[in-house]
Design a binder for this molecule. Structure first.
Ligand SMILES: NC(=O)c1ccc[n+]([C@@H]2O[C@H](COP(=O)([O-])OP(=O)(O)OC[C@H]3O[C@@H](n4cnc5c(N)ncnc54)[C@H](O)[C@@H]3O)[C@@H](O)[C@H]2O)c1
Length: 299
């Protein structure tokens, strides 16, 4: 089976690339905007003018996994046009290249729980109302709609992963990275919110496990799947666990004011994911321990 990972140098994309590279029966190709001298199975993409059609003209794939895209809610408020280019433009360019050059290539899109905004009912189901609270969430929703359009009108088989909060070795953004930086420079610091907000953390290895279930199942059609463990944890508990593992000796508190674009509570309905055979392999406790080990090693 030939798999093309777009964004193969990124946080999720690199774990995905390495996972499939080591599996028998898979021929794996990467594509990113970063120069790579040693990997023959790599396509260098022009960051300002991505030509995906030439990639699919050179090679035909069974699956294309789109791990590219912007992944920061705060940054999407500062640079909405950049977020749009990476999350919407890039997705439609890929979909169109597949439509024209490799019509039977199945497409796996990394979307985000940000499309939900603040849920009305929990746990959140894939069919629930979408009410994003940020440019990032809106752009992810637009990209999902484009995926549906290319399935409906052009017959592409498309799977959308609504990823909740991903973490693991390599992550250099979001809550834990902010905590890491603060813990290295300050003995007292405050975080946004009250700490009572909840998130669904999923280790990057478990995201890739979920990918492998969909890819090896070789399904066709159109499906949107929540990617989470169905075990919400408060920001206060997550921050405490992280800071304990990083051996922070100072004090942290919460400002009591929520940041624009941040939803309050999340709990995912994971029935669909579990029906594919998914089982969590990395507990939050083990995952955080391993992530902190990596952070401490890199200094
Ligand atoms: N990290 C999370 O917690 C999280 C949660 C939900 C959804 N997601 C989604 O998953 C995807 C991957 O997230 P991530 O955290 O790995 O992001 P990342 O920023 O670490 O990786 C994105 C990669 O895409 C590459 N890229 C940018 N433009 C490209 C282009 N034109 N062609 C090919 N590659 C290009 C970048 O160079 C980078 O290596 C994003 O779409 C993100 O929105 C991430």
């Amino acid at each position: 089976m030939n798999i093309l990972i777009i964004g193969s140098k990124g946080f999720i994309g690199s774990v995905c690339y390495n996972f499939f590279k080591d599996l028998d029966g898979y021929d794996v190709y990467g594509a990113d905007v970063v120069t790579e001298y040693n990997d023959p199975n790599y396509f260098l993409i022009d960051a300002t003018n991505a030509d995906f059609k030439s990639v699919f003209r050179k090679h035909q794939f069974t699956w294309c996994v789109n791990c590219a895209g912007a992944a920061s809610v705060p940054d999407s408020f500062i640079r909405p046009e950049k977020d749009y280019l990476l999350n919407v433009n890039l997705t439609v360019a890929l979909l169109n290249a597949i439509r024209e050059e490799n019509n039977d290539c199945k497409f796996l899109q990394m979307s985000s729980a940000a499309v939900y905004g603040n849920p009305v009912v929990m746990p959140i189901k894939e069919t629930d109302r979408l009410a994003p609270l940020s440019p990032y969430g809106i752009h992810k929703k637009q990209a999902e709609e484009l995926c549906e359009l290319y399935h409906k009108y052009y017959g592409l088989s498309i799977f959308i992963f609504r990823v909740f909060s991903a973490y693991g070795r390599g992550l250099q953004k979001q809550l834990f990275w902010d905590l890491f930086k603060k813990s290295r420079s300050q003995q007292h610091f405050a975080l946004f919110g009250t700490g009572e907000e909840t998130r669904e953390f999923i280790h990057v290895t478990d995201i890739v496990n979920a990918m492998s279930l969909v890819i090896s199942g070789n399904q066709t059609g159109f499906k949107i799947i929540n990617i989470a463990n169905g075990s919400p944890i408060t920001i206060a508990a997550a921050a405490s666990a992280f800071l304990e593992n990083i051996e922070f000796k100072g004090v942290f508190s919460f400002e009591g004011v929520n940041r624009s674009g941040d939803p309050l509570y999340w709990q995912a309905d994971t029935s669909l994911l579990k029906s594919l055979g998914y089982q969590q392999q990395i507990s939050f406790e083990d995952g955080i321990k391993d992530y902190c080990k990596w952070l401490k090693e890199r200094g």
